[in-house]
Unconditional design. Structure first.
Length: 179
């Protein structure tokens, strides 16, 4: 009859594998802090003062109406954004490149659940959406294709020089063939 390997006193006293710590949200401000408090006169006023990066991003998507990168594509996405005890909804309808944004809580092809600091980092280019998905800070239920399509409109990291022109499959295959 086989016996189990002997366990040392250390093995018997240690608990099961520790759970990894929860990820911490990215820092909110990249501005250096000054020792002097800002006066009320230096604070911005008007609609820009109350706008947040998420609202600005979705307003910017809806403003042109037609986005070339979505031409020929159609999908609906709902973002459920949580912050403390509050839940906000952003609903995107993409129909052949035309984009409409609302605050509905309706069924969608893809439902994305994310905490507010992480979505702020994504829409400002500090966090990649696919990296967030792989880390578990963004959860997508439904169509992953809709989420992949949406990622094309997200900004790149700060300091990036723009988008690279797409390469055709013929060009790629020509480069792979031996001469």
């Amino acid at each position: 009859m086989p016996t189990a390997p002997a366990r040392s006193a250390r093995d018997r006293s240690s608990p099961a594998a520790p759970t990894p710590p929860e990820p911490t949200p990215p820092e909110r401000s990249a501005e250096p802090r000054s020792a002097e408090p800002k006066s009320a006169a230096s604070k911005p006023t008007g609609p820009a003062a109350s706008a947040d990066p998420i609202s600005e991003f979705f307003a910017g998507l809806a403003a042109p109406g037609q986005i070339a990168t979505f031409a020929g594509e159609s999908a609906t996405l709902r973002f459920d954004v949580s912050s403390s005890s509050k839940l906000q909804h952003w609903y995107l309808t993409i129909s052949n490149g035309k984009v409409a944004v609302s605050r509905e809580n309706s069924a969608a092809d893809a439902v994305v659940r994310i905490e507010r600091p992480y979505l702020e980092a994504i829409v400002s280019g500090r966090l990649n959406a696919m990296a967030a998905l792989l880390r578990g800070v963004l959860v997508c239920e439904g169509s992953m294709a809709a989420l992949m399509m949406f990622q094309r409109c997200l900004p790149g990291p700060s300091g990036s020089t723009g988008r690279v022109a797409p390469i055709s499959s013929q060009t790629v295959m020509a480069q792979r063939r031996p001469m």
